[in-house]
Design a binder for this molecule. Structure first.
Ligand SMILES: O=C(O)C(=O)C[C@]1(C(=O)O)C=C[C@@H](O)C=C1
Length: 388
């Protein structure tokens, strides 16, 4: 019997509700504004091209944090809304990222691989029009800046929960004569538990030691006794955990490896987010510094980072700090690392509010030096007040 082909009836496409006349009119207006915006953006870009020529002719650094701070201050203070400050700042950061491409392409080194918190901070600060180089160690970021293989580097310096990042402080000790702090960036940091197994199957968690510290309470409640494996960065930890899972599956074993890292690292290396936001403090912030081979100019709202070792005598540290107190200079950060050559002597790291070119700061540094074996100004740079 001949089968009768049932002919598919062509269904009429569901009627799309027509945009109202009002919506069409508003969109026409937006299109007209966009045309004006593009003209204005290119007028700005034309000026930036000229700035680039001038800078290249006289050797002025292309990235100018003091000028960026000024641009953002002026733009944000003239903003009457309804656009939020955050949205406007994001637009301007991306605009200035585009400026680098017009003036001279920039290369930024950070602690990788991609998907790390350093990567997130670098992209928030430098936008999408620069080149990035992911480096394996914090010390490697210093080396590459020093050698000129990258124009700038971005390294974590302290976390609001866990304190100082020892590798960065030690790298400053090793490179202080050649590297300047050129800027700072603060970002909100959220950690996720990433794995390819059920939560109850996790046997081993990889991450950066500082991150274990930032999730200490959560880990001790959820995973007491689980093996914590240190890695150079959280994104490296995600790569390692993903590799271990793959190998376990290949031999038919249970994939018990997990990592603590960003949700982006999970996506990049093929791990699921088992638990998001496991940091003990929901307002977890990490401060990064931008390192360079040049000094940043004053803006009127700056910080100066200093590194010093004191004389081995009672009250030496108090004397140094007292100099800043007497000068009315606020200190926003203090940290210490073993000095390395003599036991129980320390290298101190201090951030003072003000620029190294300001007369009160010049005098205070000179006076502080009299109480130190060695004092090095690591750099002055615009103070960052916003969390990106
Ligand atoms: O004014 C400069 O020095 C510029 O290079 C221009 C510009 C900008 O787009 O406004 C771009 C990059 C700098 O870091 C600062 C500002």
């Amino acid at each position: 019997m001949a089968t009768r082909k049932t002919r598919k009836q062509k269904q009429p496409a569901p009627a799309r509700p027509k945009d109202s006349g009002r919506l069409q009119e508003l969109r026409r207006k937006i299109d007209a504004v966009d045309q004006r915006l593009v003209r204005l953006l290119n007028e700005r870009a034309g000026l930036v091209v000229e700035v680039g020529k001038t800078k290249r002719a006289d050797g002025t650094p292309i990235y100018a944090p003091h000028r960026e701070a000024e641009v953002l201050r002026k733009v944000l203070s003239s903003n009457q809304g309804p656009l939020s400050e955050r949205a406007l700042e994001g637009i301007y950061r991306e605009l200035m990222s585009g400026s680098f491409a017009l003036e001279q392409p920039l290369r930024i080194g950070y602690l990788g691989p991609p998907g790390s918190n350093s990567h997130a901070a670098a992209v928030k600060q430098f936008g999408s029009s620069v080149d990035y180089e992911d480096l394996r160690e914090i010390s490697g970021v210093f080396t590459e800046v020093r050698r000129g293989h990258v124009n700038y580097g971005l390294v974590p310096i302290e976390n609001s929960l866990g304190g100082g990042i020892v590798e960065t402080l030690d790298a400053f000790k090793a490179n202080a004569q050649h590297i300047s702090v050129y800027g700072e960036v603060q970002i909100a940091v959220h950690h996720a538990l990433l794995a390819n197994c059920q939560p109850s199957q996790v046997r081993r968690i990889h991450s950066k030691p500082e991150i274990f510290q930032q999730c200490r309470n959560w880990l001790s409640t959820q995973y007491p006794g689980v093996e914590l494996m240190p890695a150079a960065s959280s994104s490296r930890a995600a790569q390692i955990a993903a590799d271990e899972c793959r190998k376990a599956l290949e031999i038919g074993a249970e994939p018990g490896a997990a990592a603590i890292g960003t949700a982006l690292a999970g996506q990049l290396y093929g791990l699921n987010v088992l638990f998001p936001r496991i940091e003990d403090d929901p307002n977890n912030i990490t401060r990064f510094v931008i390192i360079a081979r040049q000094n940043a100019r004053p803006t009127g709202d700056d910080k100066t980072s200093l590194m010093f070792t004191t004389d081995d005598k009672p009250g030496a540290l108090v004397s140094v700090l007292g100099v800043f107190q007497s000068a009315g200079i606020n200190l926003s950060h203090i940290d210490k690392r073993p000095q390395g050559r003599e036991r129980w002597t320390y290298t101190f790291f201090v951030d003072a509010l003000g620029h190294r070119d300001e007369p009160t700061m010049v005098a205070a540094i000179e006076q502080a030096q009299t109480h130190c074996r060695e004092l090095i100004v690591l750099g002055s740079y615009p103070r960052s007040r916003r969390i990106l």
